[in-house]
Design a protein around this ligand. Structure first.
Ligand SMILES: [Zn+2]
Length: 268
């Protein structure tokens, strides 16, 4: 196989120069579970050469409905999710350079490695670590692609969203997309949490109940994110900053909600 043939069909869309820009853009993926494993796979095919992977979780049998690249043996062996993603990327691109951290982003080494990348993808389930990525993106001025899937309590609404933060224009905080209650609770001690629960009752979200998660819904959100990255990095067009996938209606919308003014994380 020649280097010319490999990305020929990409280059028909965005040119050899665009392909070179993809290759020259190191990417950190924080969270390589249901969403991040799709992102890792697609970026490897797109032509990303340098990856930083951050995820402290290990594969269980309940991951096997959606974790791209995982097999039953990984569940038996409790393989680290970063090891599954690394194997997946290397199967597609043997020469890819990958640094993996079986940790979360509050680990100083993982944080440093992520900051050294040009772009960060956040593919997390919970808002407290998302806030750390908003901080990272703000402090280090890194473009940040945040992916999320959601299912309403009654199961009637399901889908996900993508928020793209570039040049300090908007972020999860000023778009009102962070669950402040979950973040406040995360900062509490065990005792404070127990006291809250006695007073207010145990919140559903606080119980860390594993909600629904389905491979195809994750795939739509991940594909939208990688596509917006691709059009931006290759110069095809300006990326959409905010996309919402409503799977129960079969549509993707582009809400025009403005960010709040005076965001502590955005440099407007
Ligand atoms: Zn902001």
């Amino acid at each position: 196989m020649t280097a010319e043939s490999r990305f020929n069909r990409n280059e028909l869309l965005f040119g050899a120069e665009g392909q070179a820009r993809v290759a020259a853009t190191p990417i950190a993926i924080v969270g390589v579970g249901g969403l991040g494993s799709h992102v890792a796979q697609q970026l490897a095919y797109l032509g990303t050469q340098e990856f930083v992977l951050v995820d402290a979780d290990r594969v269980t049998s309940s991951s096997l409905n959606r974790l791209i690249g995982a097999n039953p043996r990984d569940a038996d062996d409790s393989t680290a999710k970063v090891a599954v993603a690394e194997r997946l990327i290397h199967q597609i691109r043997e020469e890819a350079r990958i640094r993996s951290f079986e940790a979360w982003i509050d680990d100083p080494e993982a944080y440093r490695a992520a900051v050294e990348c040009d772009v960060v993808f956040g593919c997390l389930d919970e808002d407290p670590p998302r806030l750390r990525l908003v901080e990272l993106s703000s402090e280090a001025r890194r473009p940040y692609f945040d992916l999320a899937t959601d299912v309403s309590d009654d199961g009637r609404a399901y889908g996900g969203r993508l928020l793209v933060s570039i040049d300090g224009e908007r972020c999860l905080f000023c778009m009102g997309l962070l669950d402040q209650e979950a973040i406040r609770r995360d900062a509490e001690t065990e005792e404070q949490r127990a006291a809250d629960d006695r007073i207010y009752g145990v919140r559903r979200g606080a119980m860390q109940a594993a909600g629904p998660s389905v491979v195809s819904i994750n795939g739509v959100v991940a594909s939208a994110a990688v596509t917006e990255f691709m059009v931006w990095v290759t110069g095809l067009r300006d990326p959409r900053r905010y996309l919402v996938y409503r799977a129960e209606r079969g549509i993707i919308t582009t809400p025009s909600d403005p960010p709040l003014e005076h965001c502590p994380f955005c440099q407007r």
